[in-house]
Design a protein around this ligand. Structure first.
Ligand SMILES: *Cc1c(COP(=O)(O)O)cnc(C)c1O
Length: 345
């Protein structure tokens, strides 16, 4: 820290991203990327984009149009950002003055709360590592939940979340649906019914575009207007020209999206069952990762085998490890390494 750094950041603890190794020898199952490449139509759209001399469209309208069309929303009910991390940052700036979220969830939430000086309440999970929606029912602050939650992969139904939204029309509910495509019910169909619901999604996981940095927010037009006010006060050109082209093409290629998503879901099913057979507790996942109770030595042992997983050294999940669902071959390699480790113990 230099002596010039604003002392208000003295205790700021920045987010620690999962390891992004520079070489390709390690099998990366730690940051929930898609193991399959982006749609060929995305690659073609990016290739066609040539006017890099010019600033991109600050409204990213091609991307917004494609997302609105995909979900049957109006264009003023959608905005995009530089990854959903940026959208979340805008949401904390706009609605985070008094906010609550689960104490075990996306690790960026408390960091945003701190950097933006929010009054944040962290609500523990149940003993079964579930978000107890009843704990949020009467909270007189913005509610932020991830559905499915990370790193557990556990999801609530749309009806359960709708009850929370309907309970207090003067309280905003933000649902982070980073993993919703892998088997949970999206709250997007509720957007026309409730103006106190904001849904945030990303193209990083289910659409193989983590490297492009594209996130989206969907909600009633006044909410989207708020987020755009923040965005235009901060970084109006937040999506590059190639990201806008990629985002539109990714939403339009529904067939490719469904094919890769279905492959992940099928791999997850047998992999989770295989881990259970090996004796580990595995939570039922609605995401592209599996949360398994392996003990923390397992995480170190797999690292020795060249496989990186994600471990959170935090109660009550210290004995659990989050494993991204890769290809069948990758998961076979992990199962092989796991059996070897179990045999050597
Ligand atoms: C990955 C993730 C994000 C961020 O995704 P971006 O790559 O910034 O779009 C947001 N929320 C959750 C719960 C995530 O797991």
């Amino acid at each position: 820290m230099s002596r010039f750094f604003d002392p208000k950041y003295d205790s700021l603890e920045a987010y620690t991203p999962g390891e992004q190794p520079k070489d390709n020898v390690l099998l990366k199952l730690n940051t929930n990327e898609c193991p399959y490449p982006a749609s060929p139509k995305v690659l073609a759209a990016v290739k066609k984009e040539k006017a890099f001399r010019l600033y991109p469209d600050p409204t990213s309208s091609r991307a917004v149009t494609a997302i609105a069309a995909y979900y049957g929303l109006d264009e003023d009910q959608v905005t995009v950002g530089n990854g959903s991390d940026e959208i979340l940052a805008f949401a904390f700036m706009a609605y985070g003055r008094r906010i609550c979220f689960p104490s075990i969830s996306y690790g960026f939430y408390p960091v945003f709360a701190q950097v933006f000086g929010c009054d944040a309440e962290e609500i523990p999970l149940t003993e079964d590592l579930e978000i107890a929606l009843s704990d949020y029912a009467d909270k007189d602050r913005t509610v932020l939940i991830a559905n499915p939650n990370a790193p557990t992969g556990l999801a609530h139904t749309r009806a359960e979340i709708e009850a929370l939204i309907a309970r207090d029309p003067d309280r905003l509910v933000i649902v982070d649906e980073a993993y919703v495509d892998f088997g949970a019910q999206s709250c997007v169909p509720l957007i026309r019914k409730y103006d106190n619901l904001l849904v945030i999604q990303t193209m990083s996981k289910s659409r193989s575009l983590a490297g492009m940095r594209i996130g989206m927010a969907m909600g009633a037009a006044p909410l989207i207007q708020d987020l755009n006010t923040i965005k235009f006060s901060f970084n109006p050109y937040d999506l590059s020209r190639d990201a806008i082209a990629a985002a539109a093409a990714a939403m339009e290629d529904k067939a490719y999206f469904e094919q890769t998503r279905d492959k992940i879901i099928a791999t997850r099913a047998w992999f989770a069952e295989e881990m259970r057979q090996l004796g580990f507790a595995v939570l039922p996942s609605s995401a592209n990762f599996v949360f398994a109770k392996t003990g923390s030595e397992y995480f170190q042992a797999m690292r020795q085998e060249g496989i990186i997983l994600r471990h959170f050294d935090k109660d009550p999940i210290r004995d659990w490890v989050r494993i991204t669902v890769g290809t069948d071959e990758q998961m076979q390699r992990l199962i092989g390494a796991t059996k070897k480790w179990l045999a050597a113990r």
